[in-house]
Design a protein around this ligand. Structure first.
Ligand SMILES: [Zn+2]
Length: 403
């Protein structure tokens, strides 16, 4: 009876083996201390990947995905409920990792103090690994298990099964490093008061510094070094601004002060002082540090801006209808979100794409990179996405990971 998932698992096996794990288990190890009750932990599987919730909603799925320290979806509040039992909850919610007593599947459900929502922890000898035993003994001693298709369930406990072995790593806020230096250059204020422009960028300097570290972590995972400072230029006469649609740009050729720079159209920020999304988009280009890649880079920069930084800017169908996958910006970002939801790597695929564009540098070609990393061309993804948008009832509705 418990084998009913098996039919669906076969095609996923290849994907499962490609998952990147979390912190490695060491061979000889003192007994692992129990978690700090109420602490936030990342829970990684010895079979690869990390435990991830789908959403903060009641009934959310609990799956194993690639270890990704950017994702709050891979953090869990672990709390001692007494008598050696623990809850594992989606942080800031009351939804606990919960075993369905009917089919032994596992999801995150509203916690009402039932034993099937509690776990007792067994640390294996000479290992960092824990087994999470279901406190509810229905059907014998069962443990939280990573299934071959990357869903989770309970299965009879087996200390030798790596799919039941989990590391618990306390999350730590990244140590605040020295602030990234931000310099400002006034070239042509376009008739605006330089003091007002200065004041605008001063108000947003903290955001630039904060986002630079976050974008770097998200887009590169540390795969290459990025420029150690940010140079902002106000230049109403910048060539690209001859096109009225261009509000800001990343200038990679060292035209100003011999530096790669963020160039801002003064009138835009004076008329739209709340539009910091343009800064986030251009800053993403600085992190990409790409020599080529064109539309794919524009799509990735808009993905970062509209699906990671501020989902309120997420495009709707109206923004992509009649466009094509290689138009950059909204259409490409929309498709990248689709890819991130359909690809076994999940959202980590965005970082893989970025690092491949950077690796190929002058030779980077958006279509080739997408095919290399995802196994499908932009044209194929775009067609599949539109089929899903138009299909019923399994319509694709463009959910963001951070909605
Ligand atoms: Zn751009």
């Amino acid at each position: 009876m418990r084998r009913r998932h098996r039919a669906a698992t076969v095609t996923m096996l290849a994907c499962a083996t490609t998952l990147t794990g979390g912190l490695a288990a060491s061979t000889a190890h003192a007994a692992e201390p129990l978690p700090e009750s109420g602490g936030t932990y990342r829970i990684s599987s010895h079979a690869g990947g990390a435990l991830q919730w789908d959403s903060p909603q009641n009934g959310a799925g609990v799956r194993v995905k690639d270890w990704n320290e950017n994702l709050t979806e891979q953090t869990w509040a672990v709390t001692d409920t007494g008598n050696g039992n623990w809850t594992v909850k989606v942080p800031h919610t009351n939804n606990a990792v919960d075993r369905d007593l009917g089919d032994n599947s596992v999801g995150a459900w509203n916690y009402i103090g039932r034993p099937n929502q509690q776990w007792w922890l067994q640390n294996l000898p000479n290992s960092r690994a824990w087994l999470l035993h279901s406190t509810d003994r229905t059907g014998g001693d069962t443990c939280l298990t990573r299934l071959p298709d990357l869903r989770t369930a309970v299965r009879p406990c087996d200390t030798a099964d790596t799919a039941q072995q989990w590391n618990l790593d306390k999350t730590t806020a990244p140590a605040p490093g020295p602030a990234v230096p931000v310099t400002v250059q006034m070239v042509d204020t376009g008739g605006y008061d330089p003091a007002a422009l200065r004041s605008w960028i001063d108000r947003n300097t903290g955001l630039l510094q904060d986002q630079y570290a976050k974008i770097q972590q998200f887009m590169t995972g540390g795969a290459y070094r990025v420029k150690p400072n940010i140079h902002v230029v106000f230049d109403a006469g910048f060539d690209a601004f001859k096109s009225p649609a261009v509000l800001a740009a990343f200038e990679p050729n060292g035209r100003y002060n011999n530096e790669k720079s963020l160039v801002i159209r003064p009138s835009h920020v004076m008329n739209n002082p709340g539009d910091v999304g343009v800064l986030v988009h251009e800053l993403t280009h600085q992190v990409q540090d790409a020599a080529n890649g064109g539309w794919l880079n524009e799509g990735q920069a808009d993905y970062l801006r509209k699906y990671v930084y501020n989902v309120k800017e997420k495009p709707g169908l109206a923004q992509i209808r009649g466009a094509d996958y290689n138009r950059g910006y909204d259409p490409t970002a929309y498709m990248l979100n689709y890819i991130a939801h359909k690809h076994p790597l999940g959202e980590a695929v965005i970082q893989k794409i970025n690092n491949e564009v950077r690796r190929q540098y002058f030779d980077a070609d958006g279509d080739r990179v997408l095919t290399t990393i995802t196994g499908k061309s932009g044209r194929q993804w775009w067609t599949e996405m539109w089929n899903d948008i138009q299909s019923s009832p399994t319509k694709w509705t463009n959910p963001a990971f951070r909605d």
